[in-house]
Design a protein around this ligand. Structure first.
Ligand SMILES: Cc1ncc(COP(=O)(O)O)c(C=O)c1O
Length: 536
């Protein structure tokens, strides 16, 4: 799909990333093995990091620049008259503007509130709606992260939209009769499979619902590998949440960008604390006056994470110096993701069956960064059609130095719809002991989670090809399955009244390596210690 020229351009950028990576990301080369204060003695040379949707990696220059800033300047707690305090206040206000500038958000139209992470930004919005006397209505898209879904617990009414079509239909309905404030939330990018959702919903909801519905965009996953343009405040979401560590690897900080036109929703917020209140009377009378100057002063309770905010300044600068822009990052990662998708979907077993079941959204196209981010979510199949346990894949990947994510991915709606899991199945799986990340991950012949591989600015084509090679080496079955005459259950054991039956058997002869699937119908010895050859 890439022209020769575009492919060459991408390959050159990839080469440059490969070179800067040697300098900037020594942790990938196992540097911690040689460091006195190594906490991760398992990190071996040649680590291939494929969990950028969890967090991306911080550059060495970022840590050095931040450290030089800390050592070279005296920063006090803001809001006092001392020089150190004034310096902190000035720096923080500059960095606020710089962060808004990254998203082309005009400070006259938007304010930025620093929070611990994206979830804290979402909760701040939720608190404002919960504090409305009449309650509120909440709608959210199926692909939401659990952090968005949890908002429903404070809402008077809520609705999960199971598809884009449902959202579109609801938008077209126009205004509702309900006088309650309403909030619609969705992720700009699914953290499960990287699918990018339409960014024009905020504008369309505002127009069609005549401003009666506020919009909350969860941009935590999107902006790590994509620009986000808030230049037109009329079409921008009212609230946008970010996880800055997902963009830069460090600092551990989040942000909530608020469209000032929507800020009155915070007027009824009840809580105050630390920096958000002007005066409080608490002896004999209860009285207080909250700050009113600007929105961030009203919402940033307690001492700001000042050192993290300083580090953000260094993070923005270093990111620009290394990768030039988020546009470039988007092109690079889209190119790699297309290669990864192609590599995984073309793997076949000897009998022609696909090895990877990839959970791509039908509306998304790998290589097109407007519809798809650099994430591939999938499960592995044996050539007999069984599923390979994610826990086993993850263990083997760890042995081979691939760092990836498996399980429910904090995206219950996306995972349930991709895996075809009905609510009753999820509840029964829970009762049967299934928990995110445990070994009990195939129940009733269905996977309960998936494998997620995600790329970031410092990923390279070599990471992608090595991972595809890893899957080929350990999970592609090169010999067709042995043809065995069908056996009836009667040949092996008498039928029982139980509705439980053994559907498939797998043994794990070598610790942390893939399973050997016992061909259907083949008798297998059960010894005193368990299945023959298992866990030898
Ligand atoms: C789309 C999305 N939303 C929200 C979150 C939660 O972010 P945080 O952990 O920074 O609160 C994540 C984290 O993975 C995410 O990917």
């Amino acid at each position: 799909m890439y022209s020769v020229m575009a492919e060459n351009e991408r390959m050159n950028y990839d080469k440059a990333v490969g070179e800067l990576r040697l300098r900037e990301y020594p942790m990938l080369q196992g540097a911690s093995l040689h460091t006195l204060h190594s906490y991760n003695s398992d990190l071996c040379p040649g680590t291939i990091y494929l969990d950028h949707a969890g967090t991306t990696l911080y550059a060495k220059s970022l840590i050095e620049r931040f450290s030089a800033d800390m050592v070279g300047n005296l920063y006090g707690n803001p809001h006092s008259a001392s020089n150190s305090s004034q310096l902190t206040t000035r720096r923080i206000e500059d960095i606020r503007l710089r962060l808004l500038g990254l998203f082309k958000a005009d400070p006259a139209e938007f304010d930025v509130v620093f929070v611990a992470n994206a979830t804290a930004g979402i909760k701040l919005v939720m608190d404002a709606f919960r504090d409305q006397e009449v309650g509120f209505w909440y709608g959210y898209h199926r692909d939401s992260h659990t952090s968005l879904i949890g908002v429903r617990e404070s809402a008077t009414y809520h609705r999960c939209y199971e598809s884009d079509a449902e959202v579109e239909g609801w938008i077209e309905e126009g205004c509702s009769q309900d006088a309650r404030p309403a909030l619609f939330a969705y992720p700009a990018q699914s953290n499960m499979n990287g699918r990018r959702l339409p960014l024009d919903w905020s504008r369309r909801i505002r127009n069609k619902k005549q401003g009666s519905v506020y919009t909350l965009l969860d941009a935590a996953a999107l902006v790590s590998t994509s620009p986000l343009d808030l230049g037109d405040s009329e079409s921008a979401p009212d609230f946008t949440v970010l996880s800055l560590y997902k963009m830069f690897g460090f600092p551990d900080l989040g942000a909530l960008i608020v469209r000032k036109a929507a800020s009155s929703i915070f007027d009824k917020r009840r809580y105050f604390g630390g920096g958000t209140v002007e005066m409080v009377v608490c002896l004999r009378e209860q009285w207080h006056v909250k700050k009113t100057d600007n929105l961030h002063e009203r919402l940033e309770d307690g001492t700001l994470p000042i050192h993290s905010i300083m580090a953000l300044d260094a993070a923005i600068s270093v990111h620009r110096e290394l990768y030039s822009s988020l546009d470039e990052v988007a092109k690079h990662t889209a190119f790699l993701a297309a290669k990864l998708y192609e590599g995984l979907t073309t793997l076949q077993h000897a009998n022609g069956e696909s090895v990877c079941q990839v959970y791509k959204d039908p509306a998304a196209t790998y290589g097109d960064s407007s519809t798809q981010g650099p994430v591939v979510a999938f499960n592995l199949r044996t050539q007999c059609g069984g599923w390979v346990s994610n826990a086993e894949v993850e263990k083997l990947a760890a042995v081979k130095n691939f760092q990836l994510r498996t399980g429910g991915l904090c995206n219950p709606g996306g995972v349930a719809s991709a895996l075809g899991l009905a609510p009753w199945e999820m509840k029964e799986n829970f009762s049967a002991g299934q928990r995110c990340g445990n070994d009990n991950d195939i129940i009733r012949a269905k996977p309960t989670g998936m494998i997620r591989v995600s790329l970031g600015p410092m990923s390279t084509l070599e990471d992608v090809t090595s991972f595809v090679e890893f899957v080929r080496e350990f999970f592609v079955q090169d010999a067709p399955p042995a043809i065995t005459p069908p056996v009836t259950l009667l040949d092996i054991e008498p039928p029982t009244p139980s509705r439980l039956y053994v559907e498939s058997l797998a043994v794990y002869p070598i610790k942390s390596c893939a399973a050997f699937s016992v061909p259907p119908g083949e008798a297998w010895e059960v010894r005193r210690e368990g299945l023959a050859w298992d866990r030898k």
